[in-house]
Design a binder for this molecule. Sequence first.
Ligand SMILES: Nc1nc2c(c(=O)[nH]1)N[C@@H](CN(C=O)c1ccc(C(=O)N[C@@H](CCC(=O)O)C(=O)O)cc1)CN2
Ligand SMILES: [Mg+2]
Length: 298
Amino acid sequence: MSDAKIIDGKAFAQNVRKRVAKQVEELKHYENLTPGLAVVLVGEDPASQVYVRNKVKQTEECGMKSLEYRRDPDISEQELLTLVQSLNENPEVHGILVQLPLPKHISEEKVIEAIAPEKDVDGFHVINTGLLATGSKDAMVPCTPLGCLMMLKDYFGGSLSGKRAVVVGRSNIVGKPMGALLLNESCTVTTVHSRTVDIEEECRRADILVAAVGRAKMIKADWVKPGAAVIDVGINRIETPDGKTKLVGDVDFDEVVEVAGAITPVPGGVGPMTIACLLANTVTAACRQNKIDEPKVD
Ligand SMILES: Nc1nc2c(c(=O)[nH]1)N[C@@H](CN(C=O)c1ccc(C(=O)N[C@@H](CCC(=O)O)C(=O)O)cc1)CN2
Ligand SMILES: [Mg+2]
């Protein structure tokens, strides 16, 4: 029997949303300010539709204004850039999120760079990436890594200083910002990827192991140091022997739970925190744009 702590991302996210809802209430009451989030969805990818539906629903449940823009998959890059520009200029919109991935004929980079950095609640704009890399408190931090960090700080009682952290994967949305965040928390950070020599040995040295590669059950029990905190960012749909499908992470949960000190499940771990942090970032963006302090609530 394992005695690893299973980190409940669903419950954690619910608490974050409660805090956001209280902040929104205060902003409406004392500042006459209703934070607004615009979500743009291009095309009909079924997973993206679910994520966007959840974002819209949770934005409204927290008392914020939600604006939704659905566009056909054949929209031109220029039309999408024009939409982003109009949202940049809309004073009711404090946060802009363009759901990824975009269709192949559209440059994700161009679209992300078109978003005003102060409205970039995904934290993907190079200005925000640069602010994060330089340790500035003014960065808008990408939602998934922010959610991972919140859960890690809670598990370790506040400080991650001196911990050896290994991030598996070097994507712009998760791996790279995760590494920067952990470095800013004074961890000793290693990022490993497909060209790393002996990934397993690197992983075995980690007090904190963050898996974000998109390969089902890649991380095995003998890759993990006993007692390590394991954060699984992967969301992989696999087929089961009975012909059905199920979601699994990048970590082989059933094995690793026997070795780890703490572990996030999939589903119900990092995923729900992504949307909760998006809502928190929208409040941050609205406050910064109006030059007011974020309401402190408990
Ligand atoms: N513009 C963005 N695009 C994408 C992001 C992002 O942060 N910004 N991240 C992902 C998708 N994503 C949010 O957009 C997201 C992924 C997963 C979950 C989630 O709650 N997952 C559940 C399982 C859901 C299921 O059953 O399919 C879980 O892990 O428990 C939320 C948001 C890519 N695009
Ligand atoms: Mg593309």
